[in-house]
Design a protein around this ligand. Structure first.
Ligand SMILES: [Zn+2]
Length: 268
């Protein structure tokens, strides 16, 4: 091959590898919650027949880097089969089965710091924490103001390496994993945009919505920190969905979870 085509080929390879990091998404079963009454979510009991919520954890592999998004129910709930929460195999055990230990995780991020999203958080105290400044203030400085925070579940992250966010954040700098600031459920709630090469773009909701009916009817839970911010965040994500054509996953949807191949299977 003469020199010019060789350089062209090299450039092509280089730019295509820059544009397409190897990105994989693993979904884990990190428990289930049941609610006999859904009125706290701003819905009447007639507006949805859903009473069971799935609680996911996610692992994102970006080339050689690992990131965890949401860490499930409290590990103390593992083995529990009665009451309103159920959790069979701990997230840490499920990771261990894939030969991954918490120390291997480069980045830890939560949609928000409510107890059903930070259950295994303390195990990831060696990872860099990606958190909105408003969420860090609420969760670390004023946890008593929000009864859904259980500070003992994430207390060991207080002194973690931290990247403080105040808005959207491109985690790996190539646009493939972006934290989308969606405040309202909590002061620094966030959603996650992923650009998977085969599956296509995907947005993980966090708790922007808990039920399909919340999305259809634009309802906000009574325990949200700001209705106004929540509605603005809903508008922001709905526009982003329109713009990107992304698939949208309501994280707590059990109906959705039942259609997914859980880890060690993955989407790419
Ligand atoms: Zn939740």
């Amino acid at each position: 091959m003469s020199r010019a085509p060789r350089i062209l080929l090299l450039l092509l390879l280089l730019t295509s590898s820059l544009a397409h990091a190897d990105l994989k998404l693993y979904v884990f079963d990190c428990g289930q919650l049941s609610f006999p009454d859904v009125t706290a979510f701003g819905l009447s009991n007639e507006e949805t027949s859903v009473r069971e919520l799935f609680v996911p954890c996610y692992l994102i592999k970006h080339d050689d880097h690992l990131m965890v998004w949401d860490a499930g129910l409290p590990l103390a709930d593992v083995g529990q089969s009665g009451g309103n929460s159920r959790y069979q195999t701990s997230f840490l055990q499920q990771l261990a089965a894939m030969n991954i230990s918490p120390a291997d995780i480069d980045f830890i991020a939560f949609s928000h710091m409510h107890y059903d999203h930070v259950g295994a958080a303390n195990a990831f105290n060696q990872s860099t924490l990606l958190i909105q400044e408003a969420e860090a203030t609420a969760a670390f400085e004023h946890p008593e103001d929000n009864p859904v925070f259980r500070p003992e579940l994430y207390s060991q992250l207080r002194d973690s390496n931290r990247i403080s966010l105040s808005g959207d954040y491109d985690v790996f700098g190539d646009g493939s994993v972006k934290i989308i600031s969606t405040p309202g459920h909590t002061p620094g709630h966030q959603s996650l945009y992923l650009e998977l090469s085969r599956f296509g773009p995907l947005i993980l909701s966090g708790d922007l919505y808990h039920f399909e009916a919340s999305r259809e009817l634009r309802r906000t839970p009574v325990f949200n920190t700001s209705i106004e911010e929540t509605l603005m965040s809903m508008d922001k994500v709905e526009s982003l969905l329109e713009l990107t054509g992304a698939t949208f996953w309501i994280e707590h949807s059990k109906e959705l979870a039942e259609t997914l191949d859980l880890a060690p299977s993955y989407l790419e």
